[in-house]
Design a protein around this ligand. Sequence first.
Ligand SMILES: Cc1ncc(COP(=O)(O)O)c(C=O)c1O
Length: 375
Amino acid sequence: MSSEELLMIPGPVPLHPRVLKAMSRPMINHRSPEFAKILDKCVSVLKDAFQTKNDVLVLSGSGTAGMEAAISNVVKGDNVVTIVNGKFGERFKEIVALYGNPIPVEYEWGSPIELNDVEDALEKGVSAITMVHNETSVGMLNPAKEVGALARKYDALFIMDGISSIGGVDVPVDKWGVDIAIIGSQKCLAAPPGLAAIAVSERAWERMKAKSPYYLDLKAYRKYAAKEPAQTPYTPAVPLFFGLHEALRMVKEEGIHERIERHRKCAEAVRKAMDAMDLQLFPRLNDISRYSNTVSAMVMPDGIDDKQLRGGMKKRGVLIAGGQAHLKDKIFRIGHMGNVSAKEILTTLEALESTLSELGVKAEGGVVAAKEAFG
Ligand SMILES: Cc1ncc(COP(=O)(O)O)c(C=O)c1O
């Protein structure tokens, strides 16, 4: 990828030069006070992003490692409700199937969840429920607060993938009763890919299985985090921690609520632009607040395919994402997470208008509508 290309996929996101510079620091001892300071500082800002008082642990592994850590520590042959309405909900179900028995509550990808179905499944007697908060594959938010309340009612642990929402969307983990929540470093926090942060409630600790996985044993992570100096059980991906530390410093400088508001504004501008261009958002939702503020998914215009659309965008220096699995050629996605601002959104929309025009699709007015939305 040339450095001139603008990365507008839903993670990884472009890294700020400060973050890139931080990662090129000389190596340090990972069991030193110097590393402990970095780890402690990361955890403190992550707690603000999660809006939690629970333990927060940072794993060297991508978001999926966080998902597998969550399941493998608390599920051993248990029944688990798995909500699926996109690719990552599906992934949670597959992971649960390795450690226990999924009780799927499944919908077409991009269709909203019915809380009645969730409650029916919980009534079957389960120890946990999994849900993806921001379904990146389809650009929609699932009802975390409501599912959290149901999980409490049925005394099930609520395990939530907040990988592409936390840090860009308001996610009060404690208030919503999320027992295990996960963030991916490469999404809204604008840190390098390869780290997963996981927030674990007291209730979840009480239900940890005695025999956990080895590398992803959360009890070991907690034990080592409590040492003096704080550390991780195994050698962490130190340069990624340098990057995360600097990215979180930037999150703190901006303010988490300001960051969430910036994501909201960018998403709103993209949606207004799509409306002006007569491009249809892929999820058909009555409740506007359920559209994702970190990624937008649109129906592919008639008569063109993924290769043409994304090829045309790439030619213009902008990388966007296609649809995953059976949604390939059916949708395209624009990521608007991390350090994204009006500038990147407008550049992307300009490229989209020009690409579509070249492909013979009449879709104009997006840039103007977005500019208006930004005010
Ligand atoms: C909602 C969600 N869950 C899980 C993942 C998987 O994360 P990773 O690719 O970091 O393992 C992603 C990545 O796109 C995601 O968006």
